[in-house]
Design a protein around this ligand. Structure first.
Ligand code: CMX
Length: 434
């Protein structure tokens, strides 16, 4: 497979750079750590490495050096559609090189072969109570497939550390194509009368997802856009970091991704996209048919803050401006659903919330993040079951985190083990007298 050949070449180029940094420059300092950071979630502590994406606080995300519009522009597009093949994007994340159409189509075919979901995964899903959250089902489905791990098999047979990336890559290639079928099965079992639509071997990743979910075009492009936008946000966010942390114990891709998905399911992280929609619906209910106005939005925002709750979809641990992933989705809405009432309310919140949050004075970033805009697009195209929204985030995020853990293995990154201190030790460091 050409992708594997290119990847091996890239790995061989990269390995000496990493080895040299550790051997010759291991003592060079790249930052310091304050008590606020120790207690405050290691914010901004520089202790992770990835070349797959970089998040600048002002500019936002760059995948392999390209911002979102550049990425979408550069990659081979599905014929007649506006968005690129997700499979080509995977090649790009893995290698840093933009694939040709031929190279992209090779990945498309490879993914198709690996799509079928084992029956036992379906049995596991069906055994769960139907009101189980879709993220729990999604994570359980991934974990159930752990028995397939090629990495585990090869590890048990005995394998050199330099070979670890190869079966990890194989696991990743097996896992990614199954996620759309897994997600669609959960969706249709829970919300569409348990009536299922088979995968269509003529379709690419985004196209087949739309097909299995039961949504017509342009939902295929919505899916491609979503998966690309949500894929990677460097390594420190909860889902990426969890996946990396679990993989660092040489746990396989199934264990690692399932764990990362569990982190994504938290309301401060990926679940915020469902929270945004639920906030909007409660707001509209309270309006009871009244036209929303900026004043009414402002009041609702203050009510949330005064109740001691966060405004979902706003704020970020790293970003200090409007998330370009928000803007990319906003541009999509401006083009495709400019007059949609829910989009208008979302825009009103965008106009009002930064001022309210600034006045409130707590958050370091009053601007919207990716989750503020994503639900409205789903709603418009008929996916109104908002507790499913984080699963969509999860499929996209899998591309980034699985590319990362393949590289973790390739570069032989160490098992993670930061150091703890006691409160008394911090007090001593602060010079507090007892
Ligand atoms: N509404 C109200 N208060 C907020 C806020 C928001 N949207 N964002 C931050 N704050 C508060 C924090 O809760 C914190 O308060 P305390 O000092 O009482 O704990 C204070 O402002 C400082 O927080 P911060 O340094 O600006 O932000 P953090 O790095 O701690 O947290 C995040 C980042 C995203 C968890 C936070 O902004 C938040 O809770 N936002 C709402 C949930 C959300 O949209 N999450 C999705 C993020 C994107 C993603 O991962 O999917």
């Amino acid at each position: 497979m050409k992708l594997k050949e290119v990847l091996l070449k890239k790995i061989e180029e990269q390995r000496p750079r990493t080895t040299r940094l550790v051997k010759e420059f291991g003592n060079v300092e790249v930052g310091k750590v304050t008590i606020e950071q120790v207690i405050g979630g290691a914010r901004d502590v520089k202790c992770l490495v990835t070349d797959i994406s970089y998040l600048d606080p002002q500019e936002g995300i760059r995948f392999r050096g390209k911002n979102i519009p550049e990425t979408i522009e550069a990659l081979p597009k599905v014929p007649g559609r506006d968005y690129p093949y997700v499979e080509g994007f995977f090649w790009f994340l893995m290698t840093g090189e933009v694939p040709t159409m031929k190279e992209t189509l090779e990945v498309v075919e490879e993914f198709k072969k690996r799509r079928p979901l084992p029956q036992y995964v379906i049995d596991v899903l069906r055994a769960m109570p139907r009101d189980t959250h879709p993220m729990t089902m999604f994570s359980a489905g991934i974990l159930a497939m752990q028995r397939e791990s090629v990495f585990v098999k090869r590890y048990n047979e005995g394998m050199k550390k330099t070979e670890h990336w190869e079966p990890m890559f194989e696991d990743v290639l097996n896992l990614l194509p199954k996620l759309t079928g897994l997600a669609a099965y959960i969706y249709r079992m829970k919300y569409k009368g348990d009536v299922h639509i088979p995968s269509n071997p003529d379709l690419d990743y985004g196209g087949d997802f739309a097909n299995q979910m039961g949504f017509p075009q342009p939902y295929d492009d919505v899916a491609r856009m979503y998966f690309i936008l949500h894929s990677d946000h460097e390594s420190g966010n909860v889902s990426a970091h969890t996946t990396h942390l679990v993989a660092s114990a040489l746990s396989d891709a199934y264990y690692s991704l399932s764990a990362g998905i569990n982190g994504l399911a938290g309301p401060l992280h990926g679940l915020a996209n469902q929270e945004v929609l639920s906030w909007m619906m409660k707001f509209q209910q309270k309006l009871g048919g009244q036209e929303p106005t900026p004043e009414l939005v402002e009041k609702a925002l203050w009510d949330t803050l005064n109740a001691g709750q966060v405004i979902p979809g706003y704020g970020h641990a790293v970003l200090r401006k409007t998330d370009p992933r928000y803007m990319a989705q906003r541009d999509f809405c401006m083009k495709n659903l400019p007059d949609y009432p829910l989009f208008k309310v979302i825009n009103m919140v965008f106009e009002v919330a930064p001022g309210v949050l600034t006045k409130h004075g707590k958050t370091k970033n009053p601007w919207p993040n990716v989750d503020a805009q994503s639900g409205v697009i789903q709603w418009y195209y008929g996916l109104t079951e908002w507790d499913f929204y984080t699963v969509l985030f999860g499929i996209g995020r899998a591309f980034g985190v699985l590319a990362n853990i393949t590289w973790d293995r390739a570069l032989g990154y160490a098992i993670e083990r930061p150091k703890s201190l006691t409160t008394a030790m911090l007090e001593e460091a602060a010079g507090i007298k007892k």
